[in-house]
Each structure stands twice: as structure tokens, then as C-alpha cells.
Design a protein around this ligand. Sequence first.
Ligand SMILES: Nc1ncnc2c1ncn2[C@@H]1O[C@H](COP(=O)(O)OP(=O)(O)OP(=O)(O)O)[C@@H](O)[C@H]1O
Length: 310
Amino acid sequence: MLEIRALEKHFGTLKAVDGISFSARPGEILGLLGPNGAGKTTLVSMIAGLLPADGGQVLIDGRTLCGDQDPLKRRIGLVPQDLALIEELPAQDNLAFFGALYGLKGLALRAAASRVLDLVGLSDRAGDRVATFSGGMKRRLNLAAALMHDPEILLLDEPTVGVDPQSRNAIFDNLETLKRQRRTLIYTTHYMEEVERLCERVVILDHGRVLADASLADLTRTGIVNPRLHIELNAGGDGHWLEELRGLDGVASANLAGTQLAVGIADLAADTSRILSWLSGRGMVIHGFASERPSLESVFLSLTGRSFRE
Ligand SMILES: Nc1ncnc2c1ncn2[C@@H]1O[C@H](COP(=O)(O)OP(=O)(O)OP(=O)(O)O)[C@@H](O)[C@H]1O
């Protein structure tokens, strides 16, 4: 179990990480989301022990991580945002370099290289120089390098930037394999669909603080953003009934533009038919309606005031 408690990092007067706490379990892929400058990379660097914290703690199974030399650090791996590869060396020599940093040598080093190359599907390219690899292959090797010392906690800082869809899917498959191996994965990304595909839980950051820490299902159900009904009426009229509609149980908002009525409601299943009947009862003819569930994108926008990729 990885626990982050009240972590802080200041750069001059800027609080890049301002008291962040959350935890992540083995076998979980936790999505770490936030707009540019939210503090994600700073946070991940502190968890990885690359950057000293100004306050707070990182704990693994209840034990506090103390400094760069702490043996607990071996239990963490980092896939950095910027590729950390030596282009002129073959893939296997790159892996040997990273393995050696963790004290691996001889047979153990070769076994680790073979295990990670197999996982990322690059065994047949082991002897080729990284300079000859595609962007996606470099990303996969970057992931392999972080796994040489067999960490149980893996921090991934935007690991699919610049990756073609095929390599992206290959990386997802690798991450799902690591999840099945009961590792803990912290996944930072700007791609909403990646979070929706990979993560059950998400921590949303902005200005160095946690805005939300919830399962994806709960986030889109909490009422941070309501589901909506889009109803087309035969005639909007003066909308004198709007105030009354807004006062109904389960109605969070109601807006009329011409003949288009948008109603924010608490629960699609429970409230839809009741609202349609209420409108019919007021003599309104409904030409059509559609329902819209809140997306993670709309939750993010509502929490941060910014769109995901701004
Ligand atoms: N070494 C540094 N010195 C001064 N300010 C820094 C330093 N590193 C980061 N910052 C600032 O801290 C804030 C958080 O930056 P960070 O890189 O952690 O954000 P991020 O969420 O990873 O952003 P992005 O999505 O753009 O990678 C930003 O305002 C950034 O300018």
C-alpha cells in the first residue's frame, strides 16, 4: 500500500504541491489528472525520491520513505515523462545500464532484461540501437527500463506521449499485465480516454491540491455534474413554468432556448419519466428527447474550470 500524506513542495512563493494526500492499493491503476502546471510531475518526482519534499511523507506498507538512500526506494519504479534512453546504445545495453543502477549484475541482470523485453514485446529488437526505434518502441523500452529492478509500485508520468495507437494499446496491455501481478500503478496523463479505459479511481489535482479522489463511477454520479435531459418541445412559449420545473424534486437546473429545453437532473433512471410526464401535464408536446450522462471531461471542467488539454 502506497500512502501519500500532506506532501508539500514550494518553489519560491509558488506552492507547486500544497498538502496532497491519497493512497493506492496493490492491483490498482490510479489515474492522476490535472491541467498543465497542476503539480503532477513535481508530486511524482517526490514520490520517486528524486525531489526532496518540503513537508509530508511517503509511506510504503506503513513505513516512511526516508531520503534517497532508503532501501524502500527499490520498491518504486518511475517511467519519466521525458525518455531516459541512450540513443546510440542497443536496447539491451540501455536496460543493463538501468539494472546496474540498482545493483543487478551477471545472470540476474540478463534475466531481468529478458523478462522486461518480453513484457513490452521487444525481445527481437534487443540488439538494435534505440536510435532506430519508433516513438512507440522507445516508450515501451522506457517502461521496460523502469521495471528492471522489479518494483511493486510503478509511477508513470504521461507514458504515451507521442505514441501511435498500436504502441499505445501495447502499453495498455503491459499495464494491465502489471496490474494482474498486483502491482500498484500511478498513471499521469492528459488523455481522458486513457483514464476511462485503464483506471477505476482517479485523483484530480489543481494548483497543487487534491480536488477530487473518487472512483470513476462515483465521480460521474456525485452530482458534481448532473446528467441532463435534452427535450425538444413543439413550442417553447414564454417558459412561465420554468421556475416551477426548477423547484421539482430531482431537478438541478432547467434552461429553455427556443424550443430546446435542457434539464439537469439527479438521476436519469429515477427522474426522466417523471419530468416528461410533468411537462405533458402542463400541455407541452414533446417532439423528442435525449439523455446525456456526465463524462469525466465535464466533471474535470466543472472542478478545475479548465478543459483537460488546455
Ligand atoms: N524546478 C522548478 N522551479 C520552479 N518552478 C517549478 C519547478 N518545477 C515545477 N515548477 C512549477 O510548479 C508547478 C507545477 O509543475 P508540474 O510540472 O509539477 O506540473 P504538471 O501538473 O506536471 O504539469 P504538466 O501537465 O504541464 O506536465 C508549475 O507552476 C511549474 O511551473
